[in-house]
Structures are given as structure tokens and as C-alpha cells.
Write a protein that binds this ligand. Structure first.
Ligand SMILES: N[C@@H](CCC(=O)N[C@@H](CS)C(=O)NCC(=O)O)C(=O)O
Length: 218
């Protein structure tokens, strides 16, 4: 059994998708940002960065934070979605790291600076929007020759899809990247992805904006 500490956000959905894809038993513990539960001593003991997602794997008595590390742990635990063979494994890790270091941070900042920060900083918004679009181009080019980011469907796709799902929310639509759109259609049609994107319930834009007022923006 795994305890999943999560919230209705792209980084949280990565792990609920993986748990659903891998058929692992888990218990959802929603971390309420409005109550600042992400900063409670109990949660910080599991996730020292004070951010979701985090898991406690009771079987191995192991806590893991950072979504990329969690996905690798779950893939290694089940032997799924992360090949053993070193060349294919390197490709999965490569695109997973690309998501962790680029897709999430740039799109996240594009969203934060355009939606939450006052006054609006035009240069910051432009910088993160431009970087996000440049990154969409990198993904789109890769997906012109591969069905999935690392060839086969993997934890790299699970990490990247929830962010692209929120492209409009982040203020950087991706409609004109045709390979990316094709890939999003394929990934979103997987039943486990559909379930994972609703754990915890995927909330409306208005609700997301209201809740976001209590996240760490300063
Ligand atoms: N690099 C981290 C990022 C985690 C992260 O930023 N989580 C956000 C939700 S998407 C969060 O917990 N925000 C709460 C806050 O900022 O106080 C990961 O991939 O796990």
C-alpha cells in the first residue's frame, strides 16, 4: 500500500496517472493548500520542500518526494514503463529530466506570472511564454519521429502530459504544434490517464485560481 499526498495540480496528476497505470494500491491524502498543510511539520517530514506530490511506500517503509523521483521509484518497483536495457532506459530518463527541468518549471512560471502576480511583469511573462513555446517545439520535433517521447509509452509521457493539458491555463496554448496535439490525443485516450487526471478531482479554472491564492507565490 502506498500513501499518496497530492492535490489537483499537474505535478500531482503525474503520480496518480502512474499509480493507475501500474495498478498499485494506494490511499489518497489530499494536501489542502488553503490550510497551508504543505508546510505542516508532518508533511515536511515526508516532503522537505513543502510541495506535493509525495508518497510513503509502506511496503519498503520509504518516503519519496519530487515527482520524477517518485515515478522512477514506482517504475522500478513494478518493472513497468521504464525499460531495463540501458539505451532505452537512458531515453526515458532523458525525457523525464527534460520535463522536470524545463516543461514544468517554464510553464509553471508562465502561469504564475500571468495569473497570480500583481503588478503584471510583462518582461517576465514574455520570457516564460517564449521559453514554454520553445520547449513545445522541442517536444513537437521529437514527436514527429516517435510515437511517444522515449519511443515506447513510459513515465516520461506520464510526467509531461499533465503539464500540456494545462497549456491554456498557463497562458501558452499549444494548438499549433501538430505532433504534440496528436500525442496528447493518444495519451489522453488511455483509461488510466483519464482516471489519474481526476485524482484528486480536477477542479474548474475559477476554483483553481481561488485555491492558488494560498500557494507559495512570493
Ligand atoms: N519539482 C517538484 C515541484 C512540486 C510543486 O511545485 N508542487 C506544487 C503543486 S504543482 C505545490 O506543491 N505547490 C504548493 C506551494 O507552492 O506552496 C515536483 O515535480 O514534484
Amino acid at each position: 500500500m502506498i500513501d499518496l499526498y497530492s492535490a489537483s495540480t499537474p505535478n500531482g496528476f503525474k503520480v496518480s496517472i502512474a499509480l493507475e497505470e501500474m495498478g498499485l494500491k494506494y490511499k489518497l491524502i489530499v494536501v489542502d493548500f488553503e490550510k497551508k498543510e504543505q508546510l505542516s511539520p508532518e508533511f515536511l517530514a515526508i516532503s522537505p520542500n513543502g510541495r506535493i506530490p509525495a508518497i510513503h511506500d509502506k511496503e519498503s517503509n520509504l518516503s519519496v518526494f519530487e515527482s520524477g523521483a517518485i515515478l522512477i521509484h514506482l517504475a522500478e518497483k513494478t518493472g513497468l514503463f521504464l525499460p531495463q536495457v540501458s539505451a532505452s532506459r537512458a531515453k526515458v530518463i532523458e525525457w523525464l529530466m527534460f520535463q522536470m527541468a524545463n516543461v514544468g518549471p517554464m510553464m509553471g512560471q508562465a502561469g504564475v506570472f500571468s495569473r497570480y502576480f500583481e503588478p503584471k511583469l510583462d518582461d517576465a511573462i514574455a520570457r516564460y511564454r517564449n521559453e514554454s513555446r520553445r520547449i513545445y517545439g522541442v517536444l513537437d520535433k521529437r514527436l514527429a519521429s516517435e510515437e511517444y517521447l522515449a519511443g515506447e509509452y513510459s513515465i516520461a509521457d506520464m510526467a509531461t502530459y499533465p503539464w500540456l493539458y494545462f497549456a491554456d491555463w498557463c497562458g501558452v496554448p499549444c494548438n499549433d504544434f501538430k505532433n504534440l496535439i496528436r500525442w496528447m490525443g493518444t495519451v489522453s485516450s488511455r483509461p488510466a490517464v483519464e482516471r489519474g487526471m481526476n485524482i484528486p478531482a480536477n477542479v474548474s479554472d475559477e476554483e483553481r485560481l481561488r485555491r492558488a491564492k494560498s500557494i507559495t507565490t512570493k
